[in-house]
Design a protein around this ligand. Structure first.
Ligand code: PGA
Length: 247
């Protein structure tokens, strides 16, 4: 389970909340990743050291260093202790114009620096209504993974996040999410093999809340959640409890 804090919290709030989570989630026996804003990564890293929680970033650039004003390199993240980096989030694709080509470069740079990319894919409302869901998800997944060795593919995490469900309160119905997760799993089988496809975690994201998470998590191809709004407060602890019943 990963919490994407997006552009939220002050430094003090970030430190207070991550400290609380290290205590409240200490007994959980599955991977939990916190993704605070860049400027708080160092503070949160210090709090998470020696605990069971993992550190993630929300984005990065793909070059190692250079004249890229305002960007952060994978090497810089690695140095702080970041283990996971979210890439291709729909807000990055739609607000900041990230292309599939850029996302593929980021995925490679993250892997080259020994971290794990959490690759977000998902269709817009309009694409779903036009019957393009599988087509969009296939294209985004193929392009994000393009040129990766099998060894590297093993380290990626995929997050299916229908754009119409992100921050809208409209969660995908469990069967709707499951059918896309199944589709992604089959695509991974086609591109690599069955064993590898089983190993890659496929998370669902989009308006996850404590009252809808169980129905999603019991689907056979949903391996976890990428949580936005509900990762900012105690709902995140409730969500962790739901997973803990199932693992
Ligand atoms: P949400 O965001 O849970 O607030 O819908 C999910 C995400 O964008 O990763």
């Amino acid at each position: 389970m990963a919490g994407n804090w997006k552009m939220n919290k002050t430094r003090e709030e970030a430190m207070f909340f991550s400290n609380k989570l290290t205590q409240d989630l200490a007994g959980m026996n599955f991977q939990i990743v916190l993704c605070p804003p860049f400027v708080f990564l160092q503070n949160v890293a210090e709090i998470l050291t020696g605990t069971k929680l993992h550190l993630g970033a929300q984005n990065c650039y793909y070059e190692r260093s250079g004249a890229f004003t305002g960007e952060v390199s994978p090497l810089m993240l690695k140095e702080i202790g970041v283990e996971y980096v979210i890439v291709g989030h729909s807000e990055r694709r739609h607000i900041f114009g990230e292309t599939d080509e850029m996302i593929n470069k980021k995925v490679k740079a993250i892997l080259d620096n020994g971290m794990k990319p959490v690759i977000c894919v998902g269709e817009t409302k309009e694409e779903r209504e036009r019957g393009l869901t599988f087509c969009v998800v296939e294209s985004q997944t193929r392009q994000a993974l393009f040129g990766l060795s099998k060894d590297n593919v093993e380290k990626v995490v995929i997050a299916y996040e229908p754009v119409w469900a992100i921050g809208t309160g409209i969660v995908a119905k469990p069967y709707q999410a499951q059918e896309v997760h199944r589709f992604i799993r089959k695509l991974l089988e086609q591109l690599y093999d069955e064993e590898l496809a089983q190993k890659i975690p496929i998370l669902y994201g989009g308006s996850i809340k404590p009252d809808n998470f169980f129905g999603l998590m019991i689907q056979p191809d949903i391996d976890g959640g990428l949580v936005g709004g509900a990762s900012l407060d105690d709902q995140f602890i409730e969500l962790a409890k739901i997973i803990s019943w199932l693992v």
